[in-house]
Design a protein around this ligand. Sequence first.
Ligand code: PLP
Length: 396
Amino acid sequence: MKPAILGGKPIREKSLPYARQYVDNEDCIEVNKVLKSAFLTTGPKVQEFEREISNYVGAKYAVAFSSGTAALHGACHAAGIGAGDEVITTPMTFAASANCVLYMGGTPVFADINLDTFNIDPNEIAKKITDKTRAIIPVDYTGQAVDMDSIKDSIKGKDIVIIQDAAHSLGTKYKGTKVGNLADMTMFSFHPVKTITTGEGGIITTNNKEYYKKLINFRSHCITRDTDQHINKDCGGWYYEQLDLGFNYRMTDFQAALGISQMKKIDWFIKRRKEIVDIYNEAFKNLEGVILQKNPDYSDTVNHLYVLKLDLSKLTVGRREIFGAFQAENIGVFVHYIPVYWHPYYQRLGYKKGLCPKAEELYNSILTVPLFPAMTDEDLEDVIDGFYKIVGYYRR
Ligand SMILES: *Cc1c(COP(=O)(O)O)cnc(C)c1O
């Protein structure tokens, strides 16, 4: 049920989504060219896109996948995650960051967040490390880089692989270095709401040749024609071997063409995202009833999401009513995320509510505000007006 609009007319006639891709004619032309070419898949565009991304982040290798989730699955395979292994991640993320561990038969372990940055807390990671810990999957929540040096300190001397879930943070820099060149493996997603899109799609960047080879194989059933990798030698020119259990997780060439074309616009995407975030920060910093996510100096952040925390002690209603009020104004808001282990599937696996109290507190009080490059200045004004109207109305 939609709550009544506060004071007659909604702020917007037409609804504003919280996120939306930006695809222009240039993108369509590039995709069309590939549709009429010899290769729709396993052609040259995928490699070109991989080079584009690896150059952009400064990593040696990149392996494209059919989705970010498939890419995370590939990274867990390359890291050798299996039954009995524990992998630490944050609950304040999309389910894929933990599901990829389950795909491999491993056990996700949730470490709580920091309530200033909303990112996984390296001290909480340290508390969760056991002799079964094989990997950590930190997530750059909203696009803000995790404190990678502190995370590395927390695992010093231990054989633990870091797989950075950078679905939100293409373009973000940590202490001057681009995300994508900090962890053992880094995943970017190209879902339409993310910084650039290929429809569905994802990629792993890495500097490690062994991981690279495993990732390449994994996305094609772990079947290879590379004779150096074959167990049986000299079996003929047609010969290929399946070395392990893999999947069909390939990106198509027309998706890669879209990605290459999108990368031509990334500087503008980033500039516009930063502009919008600056305007929001300025508008909301003095609005009593909302609390901003703190951005530490080490992160030069390209925000994928703009998340506001409601100061519920100052409001007469809960997040649910505030959320509904925005819907009534036709302003697209959302909640990122429900703590992963709250989902019924995870509850069935035995995870208990209360596991990460700070993440749960954050979940109860956040709202995601519209943020995408094609937003107009009027759209921005509407969102800000909406906050002043709704938070003003419900303030104690
Ligand atoms: C989008 C997203 C993913 C998964 O990416 P898909 O491309 O949708 O499979 C993983 N982790 C986070 C944090 C995401 O936001």
